[in-house]
Design a protein around this ligand. Structure first.
Ligand SMILES: NC(=O)c1ccc[n+]([C@@H]2O[C@H](COP(=O)([O-])OP(=O)(O)OC[C@H]3O[C@@H](n4cnc5c(N)ncnc54)[C@H](OP(=O)(O)O)[C@@H]3O)[C@@H](O)[C@H]2O)c1
Length: 205
């Protein structure tokens, strides 16, 4: 079940993934997400895995952060994943099993100038994810966090504000590599997976 706002891209992806289905929805719109989940449950009868992947960067120095931008990024990077975790929980609890993967960022694992507002949202997500893991352990629901470092996607060209100048010159992981790491984390149930800083040799491997 693929959720995003651009129906054309979702349909294209769904056509490449047999058995998948595209849902056009904004994950910050609670009623839209509720409708998608109701549809999924009506059709599939269960929800095995939730991947909270949607996110946006805000790459400016703290003194330049527009507070409305910060609220918007908080809504997408923190509130929406929490809401989605809450919404899938009844089904996962009833099944006695489920996996939730929250996609954080390596940016939240250190102090880097110019990305503090984005890193703060991911740090909040890290704590929600870790506490959810502890709170849900007794229900058979496994919550894990993945920390990509730099991935070659649209991310740095669709920042809420700022620029991805460093990203433009650095070696990046492929989206497929990060997706495989997420699949491995679903299988292992480990608390977290941290993607190392990619190097030219690791990309050709
Ligand atoms: N790229 C990196 O270097 C990097 C590094 C560390 C962590 N991350 C994290 O990895 C995750 C994935 O990022 P990415 O690199 O794949 O970025 P991306 O290329 O910008 O993709 C973001 C995805 O989220 C969807 N999305 C964004 N806002 C949405 C909304 N309101 N409702 C529904 N879907 C929405 C987008 O689809 P639509 O636009 O069609 O809605 C798109 O599929 C993010 O959480 C990001 O913070 C990325």
């Amino acid at each position: 079940m693929l959720i995003g706002r651009r129906a054309n891209l979702l349909e294209q992806l769904a056509s490449e993934l047999p058995g998948s289905r595209a849902y056009e929805a904004d994950v910050t719109d609670r009623s839209a997400v509720q409708a998608v989940l109701a549809d999924v449950l009506a059709e599939q009868g269960r929800i095995d895995v939730l991947v909270n992947n949607a996110g946006q960067g805000l790459h400016v120095r703290l003194e330049e952060v527009d507070l409305d931008d910060f609220r918007a990024v908080l809504e997408l990077n923190v509130v929406a994943p929490l809401a989605l975790m809450q919404l899938v929980l009844p089904a996962m609890r009833a099944q006695g099993a489920g996996t939730i993967i929250n996609v954080s960022s390596g940016t939240s694992r250190g102090v880097r100038e110019g990305v503090g507002a984005y890193a703060a949202t991911k740090s909040a997500l890290n704590m929600l994810s870790a506490v959810a893991r502890a709170e849900l352990a007794g229900d058979g629901v496994v919550v894990s966090t993945v920390y990509p470092t730099l991935t070659a996607t649209e991310f740095h060209s669709t920042l809420r504000a700022g620029s991805g100048r460093r990203a433009a010159t650095a070696v990046a992981d492929t989206a497929e590599h990060v997706a495989q790491t997420i699949c491995d984390l679903v299988e292992s149930g480990e608390p977290e997976a941290v993607l190392s800083v990619p190097t030219p040799s690791s990309q050709s491997a």
